[in-house]
Design a binder for this molecule. Sequence first.
Ligand code: DHB
Ligand code: MG
Length: 596
Amino acid sequence: MRTSIATVSVSGTLTEKLNAVARAGFDGVEIFENDLLGSSLAPEQIRERASDLGLELFLYQPMRDVEGLSADAFARSMRRAEHKFRVMRRLGVDTVLACSNVSAHARDDDALAAAQLRELAVLADEYGIRVAYEALAWGRHVNTYDRAWRIVEAADHPALGVCLDSFHVLARGSDPEGFAAIPGEKIFFVQLADAPLMGMDVLQWSRHHRLFPGQGDFDLTEFVRSVVRSGYDGPLSLEVFNDVFRQAESGSTAVDARRSLTALQEAAGVLELPAAVAPTGIAFAELVTMDTEPVTVLLQALGFSRTGKHRFKPVDLWEQGTARVLVNTEPATGGSGPRLAALGLDSPDPGAAAKRAESLGAPVLPRRRARTDVLLETVAAPDGTELFFCASGRQDLPDWLDDFAAAGDAVSQAGSITGIDHVALTQPWHQYDEALLFYRSVIGLRPHGGVDVSDPYGLRRSRAVSNQDDSVRIALSIDPAPGASHRASQHIALATDDIVAAARRIGAAGHLLPVPDNYYDDLGARYVLGPGELQTYRALGILYDRDGRGSQFRHFYTRTIGDVFFEVVQRDSGYAGFGEQSAHVRLTAQHAQRQA
Ligand SMILES: O=C(O)c1ccc(O)c(O)c1
Ligand SMILES: [Mg+2]
């Protein structure tokens, strides 16, 4: 099906919007009237610009309060409509969207609404234009799609049909199954938006919190299936009013939007993509830094040993248990660091994983090859984090570890680290929803429920994604707003089977993040712990959580170096979380440490 997006969904001037949308690969757009009114381009020039960019202009919108009117008001509305139809002729757009009346003066009279919409359609028809009538969820009398359809059916004019907007339909709890009652050719247009479930005024919800499909809680897949079953074969158009997307850079929003529509088409069975290849483990985490000293000290304190050296690049491999950390000092990587720049994901089929990424508009990066350097399929996540698909454990494919010559040290037995439990990545404020969609649709991870974590200088939304057996867990959270004085830090969480021994080791080396006494006073009141347990945790800065079934999670943090720190966790097998309950204590302690 053809793909479209409303100009209201991305930031910028009309020209910037058209460029971004075309670059992201949409077939066309809905032009919002405000974008036209604010543009210095004449309608003919807009038409030409769109055509040069290979974009179709699918729809012009909105017309407001056109039905259920007094005779006077209707006459004024028709006059304005005629002007719009002339503009549309100049633009070369043949479909206009008319929203149901929201005015307190609107009459609750379907026969009147049908008669007036019919008259509007007769006029539109003279201009070769079709009117798509949309029930706004907050329409005064017409606020459900089935009522809008009954009126359109009664008006009975070939230039009048309905527009089905997933937000209005699903926000009202209507069932898309009912689209079956509408002949496909009477559905003139389909708009798609997701949204988080929120208990709030529906107009505010719609105007500020819409999301691209797959980023919220609505079942867009079933919506599209129902639309397709009705016989509709027009464009699928994203119409997303969202405060963040209105501000964010239009190019990346358009790519995110296009990806969401591709993934939705796949889910609804109208498009086939290379299948997702979920990763089976975290092969490595890569730190980039110009100054190796602080990282080396911290890794050694954690019990890691330097086991390998890249044959052609300034990259060291540090190992402990199955945990692998690469330390990259290539000057080209920029910034002083250390920062978490890349993740290696064990993949059963790296080539297929890269094809999947490509089909969803994820930038596949030039492979960092140097002579015998093994081939690595790499994509960039929305925030620029590089994801390597590693063919770990495949005899027929080269192993990324072959690029590393032994550096002398054996894999350390010194610490009690067994592997990587999870990686926490902070996302730029405007790319949080995009990141979630990326890790779900491109990488094939499944999202868990979201939590809000309070930081002394902001509230951070946070949400984890994981593979089926939780051997790959990535915790995503929002960075503070740009310009904030407090940077967020990403981290690598290491698994241990002896949290006390690990904390003693780090504590003795002076790298522990201290935790306030108040936390432990409260912890003692919250849980009945074993004899001496609370004292041990208090002495070692260990945080403690227990879920409803009694599974425990104990963890501590190292101090922050550059933009990164380590967490060490001991997780009971049934515990599914990340100790979110005490995340605010950690964030506050980190701010305190930074200021010390
Ligand atoms: O918020 C609105 O007014 C508005 C306008 C046009 C639409 O298509 C829509 O879904 C909402
Ligand atoms: Mg709409």
